[in-house]
Design a protein around this ligand. Structure first.
Ligand SMILES: Nc1nc2c(c(=O)[nH]1)N[C@H]1C(S)=C(S)[C@@H](COP(=O)(O)O)O[C@H]1N2
Ligand SMILES: [Mo]
Length: 254
């Protein structure tokens, strides 16, 4: 079946240009309008933990994808001690701004209600020491190769026979004044580069870096590396998390 090709009206170059320009304008403003409507809808949407419900859904999906592929055996890239920065950047002083009571400080480890271990820094230092050199990444966009020393969280769990606690889904950590707090999935806590840390570049942590004890957890963004640990506890429900309550990703995995 053949059809006679339609006779096309021949437009002058000028007419063609005008037509295209007009079309481009119409499309541009239609898209702009549609974008505006979508943006305003999202903007005014109900918030869930400090962020629009649609965005929170996106974060949850990310978390499901990431945590389903996470393995405690996966190792964050290691660096040589010589590659570590001699001057370590300081960021965030929630719960660490006031002086710490160095004499009475204890790491409280809540096993069960009414059963709380109270450990001194020497108790922690007595456990096998490990060095961790990795690229520390802050969610604000900077990163730095840094060198930390402490005891593997998994070694600590073994030493204190926290077998039942280890089976819980999450660990929660808080500063002594409870101003800063994080919740972390147990698989990430037990990863071998996660340490209860008391040294940076082979020296005791300075106050602003979390003296006497902080968490270093290379499989997570900086927000989870809580400085100045006061309390450690275990839970099958998500412990409250300072930055997750303010719109950030709870999982914050790398
Ligand atoms: N107690 C406490 N821990 C904290 C923070 C904080 O404000 N208070 N900030 C976090 C953030 S956002 C980052 S990036 C790292 C920074 O660690 P640094 O100061 O040793 O570089 O600490 C984390 N741990
Ligand atoms: Mo950060």
């Amino acid at each position: 079946m053949s059809r006679k090709p339609k006779q096309k009206k021949v437009l002058s170059i000028e007419q063609q240009v005008r037509r295209r320009t007009l079309r481009a304008f119409v499309i541009f403003f239609a898209l702009l309008g549609a974008g505006w409507v979508l943006f305003m809808r999202l903007y005014h949407e109900q918030r869930e933990d400090g962020v629009q419900a649609t965005l929170r859904k996106g974060l949850r999906l990310n978390e499901r994808l990431f945590s389903s592929t996470f393995s405690t055996r996966r190792i964050a890239k290691k660096y040589a001690v010589s590659e570590a920065a001699p001057r370590v950047r300081v960021n965030g002083d929630l719960g660490t701004a006031k002086p710490v009571d160095t004499v009475n400080w204890r790491m409280k480890v809540v096993r069960m209600p009414g059963d709380t271990l109270q450990l001194t820094l020497d108790d922690i230092k007595r456990l096998p020491r490990t060095d961790v050199v990795f690229d520390f990444k802050c969610i604000e966009g900077w990163d730095q190769v840094t060198h930390w020393g402490g005891v593997r969280f998994s070694d600590f769990i073994k030493a204190y026979h926290l077998d039942a606690e280890m089976l819980k889904q999450y660990a929660g950590l808080q500063t002594p004044d409870k101003q800063y707090y994080v919740g972390i999935d147990m698989a990430s806590m037990l990863q071998p580069q996660t340490i209860l840390c008391y040294e940076v570049n082979g020296r005791p942590l300075p106050l602003e870096q979390g003296y006497p004890l902080r968490l270093i957890i290379p499989v997570k963004y900086g927000i989870k590396h809580l400085k100045r640990i006061g309390t450690l506890y275990f839970s099958n429900t998500r412990p409250p998390d300072y930055w997750a309550e303010r719109g950030y990703d709870y999982y914050a995995g790398l």
